[in-house]
Design a protein around this ligand. Structure first.
Ligand SMILES: [Zn+2]
Length: 185
């Protein structure tokens, strides 16, 4: 085949890949006491089409309801080290095999979790964090963050280790009921 024919084949393959990728689905969210939320998630060995589909579905699921700003794979029933974050007004983040490089400072925050619906609790989180991981193309990325993004990064990485924010509360009596629509991780 001539190079032009190869190019056409390549473009057609890209188009069919993209159209397959467009079929995203909203996945039901696992809630406490689902045991998957307490399991340490496995590292992703190969970033294949199933991992990319998982990320697309997680982004779709996160944006399906206002107020969702982050989602970790165990929350959609997949015990893999993958999370997505969507802070309103900022670009979505998807991170594979994330690790905290460093964290500094301490502050009190109100925190909620999609897997513990209807409640919020006050806990301590870092002021700034630096996280590294890989994007959907396998490229290493590093994120330095403050505020809600720093909190979300810590929250989602906790999920991958089977940790929930309620673990940081002195007692479950410290949980407060919230209105629907408040930010949930
Ligand atoms: Zn959560």
């Amino acid at each position: 085949m001539t190079p032009w024919v190869w190019l056409k084949v390549y473009i057609l393959a890209l188009i069919s890949y993209n159209s397959a990728g467009d079929k995203m689905s909203v996945i039901p969210i696992r809630v406490m006491p689902d045991p998957i939320l307490r399991r340490k998630a496995k590292r992703v060995r190969i970033i294949d089409s199933s991992v990319k589909k998982l990320i697309d579905d997680m982004i779709e699921t996160m944006h399906a309801v206002p107020g969702r700003v982050g989602l970790a794979a165990p929350q959609v029933g997949v015990s893999l080290r993958v999370f997505v974050i969507g802070i309103p007004g900022e670009e979505d983040i998807a991170l594979i095999n994330p690790e905290i490089v460093w964290r500094t400072g301490e502050r009190l925050v109100d925190e909620g979790c999609l897997s513990i619906p209807g409640y919020i609790g006050q806990i301590k989180r870092a002021v700034s964090v630096k996280v590294k991981g890989r994007d959907q193309n396998g490229k290493e990325i590093r994120i330095k963050a403050n505020d809600l993004l720093a909190q979300a990064l810590e929250h989602e990485i906790d999920h991958l280790n089977g940790v929930l924010y309620i673990d940081y509360l002195e007692s479950m009596d410290k949980l407060r009921k919230i209105e629907l629509g408040e930010a949930q991780l």
